[in-house]
Ligand binder design. Sequence first.
Ligand SMILES: [Zn+2]
Length: 330
Amino acid sequence: MLHLNRNFFYHIGRIGLPLLSFLMVASIGLAQTKKINTIIIDPGHGGSDRGAVGEYEGTLGLKEKDVTLAISMKLVDILRKELPTVKIIPTRTTDIFMNVREKAEFANENHGDLFVCIHADAVELKTGSRIIGYRAEKYTTTKYSGKGKKRKKIVTSHTREVPIREYFKIPTTRKGTSTLILVARQAADKVKALEKSSDLQFDIAGNDSTLDINYDSPEYKASAMLYSQLYFKKSYQLAATVQEEIAKTGRNDLGVWQRQKGLWVLHATNMPAILIETGFLANPDDERYLASSKGQDEIAQAIANAIIKYRTQVETPKNSAGAASSQPAK
Ligand SMILES: [Zn+2]
């Protein structure tokens, strides 16, 4: 999956869509030489917004807002050690609520060059049931005997055992880490046409959309346009690098997903932006992994490695010129 994802630009290049080529050239030209001086780390949710929780039977009850904060703080520590000349700024360091608009403004006011959102996945769980006992239920049957004036009604009482059921949520079997970026608006239709042949994935129904957005508003259109021209390619490059580093840990690499709507915070930040779904809180293995300091350390280190690698790529002109299509195969 990762391999195919990394070939995305190669596929588009071969098909030669003029608009996409223009966008890619424009984005390389405009953003190529920019140094990464400030990185904003955004622990998803917080305060009254707890995000996802396990919900399945036997869950640890881990809350997404706590996991995202724990991983983010570890990530901040690693990056501050490894990149001492870069400002690493978390949107929150405690359990407070900030809406996504405030988070985007915070990132822009701090002149971020990268915006990295840390989240955990939620899925709708199926309900199962089991019999935990029986209760006696009385009922009657009615029969008639005889004919005419001798006809008699005979009512008989019976007892039957009725099962008592207990209902529970079944954990999901889905586990692993994925990274979300936005679809470049102008490219979306063309990209959709490539979806079947190029393993490009679309995630339409997101659970991390917390704002009502008017997709026809000039504000949205302007930010979407800017994102397409300046940040789409770099966001993709960083996302693919994150997944590459995640795969090295042995975790399930669920690839890079492109979402068309719902990630308002990614649109509203004037910088390349990604959202990492670190794991599934409704999966017992993932929940335990995300709750453990070993798991949190491993994920934070993998994301840090990807950010460091990406920074080297974009700040070294020789490496950044070809970007995704000319990276040496591993
Ligand atoms: Zn979330």
